[in-house]
Design a protein around this ligand. Structure first.
Ligand SMILES: Cc1cc2nc3c(=O)[nH]c(=O)nc-3n(C[C@H](O)[C@H](O)[C@H](O)COP(=O)(O)OP(=O)(O)OC[C@H]3O[C@@H](n4cnc5c(N)ncnc54)[C@H](O)[C@@H]3O)c2cc1C
Length: 489
């Protein structure tokens, strides 16, 4: 019998498996896809040379998440590479706004809003460790008072007005583009928290891209699990927990919907799970292009991440588009994140050809091919972009949900990012990771602290499970809901 089984090998599943393996448990991971990694896959999509990140590409959490730091990515050969600007935002008919790694350069370029940007970011930068600790916590420990103090004086302005406290269109749009990573109504408390977290990290540890693509991060985690004796099985979609081998602990890197599908749950918990809300979808386009993106403002080529939205790119347009999308409406010019990994890692461009990905926020379950919409948005700010495209593909939000069952209806956050659901993911319980099934824990981004590649959902879930380990070790597999039958492939 194995000690623990983990279902799903996304960053949180691998983080859970590694945390358990580090504690000395025998661990087996079962992954539906033929490759490990969940949101960390990188593949050659159009030719054998250029690698494309299928989901995550940019990793602001890698240098700051306690779990990610424990991997020692750099020491294990995965350099975290930076573009000179972390992110940028084009405005139609004017110069683009850029968030440089260097705060002074950013403030100098923001002109009238330079002092306001500094007043917003500098205290967060000085309290960064506290802010990160609070935001990546299980949300069940007493909040760090230093983080609370710095956030409490900044959140209300951002939550009341997109780009609140800033006056120029460039600065307001720049900040609102970060807030929109929260995928939901704008402005809101949840999106404001995202803006402050990601916004200040741009000027501290940055928004790096792992050399060789996101799969390199998954490979480091897998190697460490295997070194500790863990086993990883791929190509195995778990349809019932009863099919899993005998074990004492079960950690599930799955969505609440998948949990309800594969487990026999008590009616009360099932009712609570059925109230869990999923958010808007992401519809993604992958491009293989010749040369660089022909941005109207060439400085945009200095940023690996560029935010687009609205016809002109203003904060008000972004807020309208995000709010409409959250209501299930198709915004004419939705918010789009464009990532050009070669801006940080030039080796990603092979013989002049480079990967570019972009995803648009669209209504939940949207079935439209996003290619025409994303191409048009890029053409708007980078005239001639279409002529650079050698190959392309579009993946609708509905198809993204089929590709990975964690992204229900294309919701890449695995659950709407409202303030309530940030705290009560997936159900309002003191221990959000524990399920009513003995020894069975949820560890996906549908638990606190939520989406993004930080591994902290998996880490917290594994820690919670380990706290019961002596009890789990005494119990029989049958009591823990383990079927004990060999898994059929
Ligand atoms: C297009 C896109 C772009 C993104 N960009 C970024 C980015 O740049 N930076 C960032 O930080 N985050 C980004 N994200 C979000 C990030 O990828 C996720 O927040 C993160 O991967 C969630 O990790 P997870 O382990 O909870 O789930 P996932 O990474 O989704 O992994 C879940 C795994 O479980 C497997 N699984 C599910 N059910 C079963 C089952 N029944 N049996 C077996 N296996 C199962 C799935 O196949 C999958 O491999 C992006 C996401 C998408 C889709």
């Amino acid at each position: 019998m194995t000690d623990a089984v983990v279902v799903g090998s996304g960053p949180n599943g691998l983080a859970a498996a590694l945390t358990l393996a580090r504690a000395g448990l025998r661990v087996e991971v079962f992954e539906a896809h033929e490759h490990i990694g969940g949101g960390l896959r990188t593949e050659p999509l159009f030719d054998s040379e250029v690698l494309h990140d299928i989901c995550a590409a940019v990793h602001p959490m890698a240098p700051v998440s306690p779990f990610m730091r424990s991997l020692d990515l750099e020491g294990n050969g995965v350099a975290l590479l930076h573009s000179p600007a972390a992110y940028a935002h084009p405005l139609k008919g004017g110069p683009a706004a850029l968030a440089w790694r260097d705060l002074d350069t950013t403030c100098a370029e923001l002109g009238r809003d330079g002092p306001g940007w500094r007043r917003l970011m500098l205290p967060l930068m000085e309290r960064s460790a506290d802010v990160v600790e609070l935001m990546l916590s299980s949300q069940r420990t007493p909040p760090n008072p230093r983080a609370l103090a710095v956030l409490a004086t900044r959140l209300p302005a951002q939550a009341l007005r997109a780009g609140g406290g800033l006056r120029t269109e460039a600065a307001r749009a720049l900040l609102t583009g970060v807030a929109a990573h929260g995928i939901g109504r704008l402005p809101s408390l949840a999106s404001a928290a995202v803006a402050l977290l990601l916004g200040h990290l741009a000027h501290t540890t940055g928004w790096p891209v792992p050399r060789g693509g996101s799969r390199a991060v998954a490979a480091v985690m897998a190697a460490q699990i295997e070194r500790l004796g863990g086993l990883i099985h791929t190509g195995v979609r778990v349809d019932s927990l009863r099919d899993l081998p005998a074990r004492r602990l079960t950690l599930l890197d799955v969505s609440p919907r998948e949990l309800a599908r594969i487990a026999v749950l008590p009616a009360r918990y099932l009712r609570m799970l059925s109230r869990y809300r999923y958010g808007p979808g992401a519809a993604k386009a992958d491009f293989l292009i010749e040369g660089a993106i022909p941005w109207a403002d060439p400085r945009l080529g200095q940023a690996a991440t560029v935010h687009l939205g609205g016809a002109h790119g203003t904060a008000a347009e972004l807020a309208r588009a995000e709010t409409a999308t959250a209501r299930g409406l198709r915004a004419p010019h939705p918010y789009i994140i464009v990532v050009d990994p070669a801006a940080a890692d030039p080796a990603r461009a092979v013989r002049g050809r480079r990967p570019v990905w972009a995803y648009a926020h669209v209504p939940h379950g949207d079935t439209r091919d996003p290619l025409p919409m994303i191409r048009a948005a890029l053409e708007n700010h980078a005239p001639g972009f279409t002529d650079t495209v050698i190959a392309e593909r579009g993946v609708s939000a509905a198809r993204l949900g089929v590709y990975n069952p964690n992204y229900v209806g294309g919701d890449i956050a695995s659950g709407a990012m409202t303030l309530w659901q940030t705290l009560a993911r997936p159900v309002p319980r003191w221990n959000p990771y524990r399920t009513p099934l003995p020894g069975t824990w949820l560890c996906s981004s549908a638990t606190p602290p939520g989406p993004s590649v930080h591994g902290m959902c998996g880490y917290h879930a594994a820690r919670a499970a380990l706290a019961t380990w002596p009890e789990a070790a005494r119990s029989t597999p049958a009591r823990l809901g383990g079927g004990g039958r060999p898994l059929e492939r």
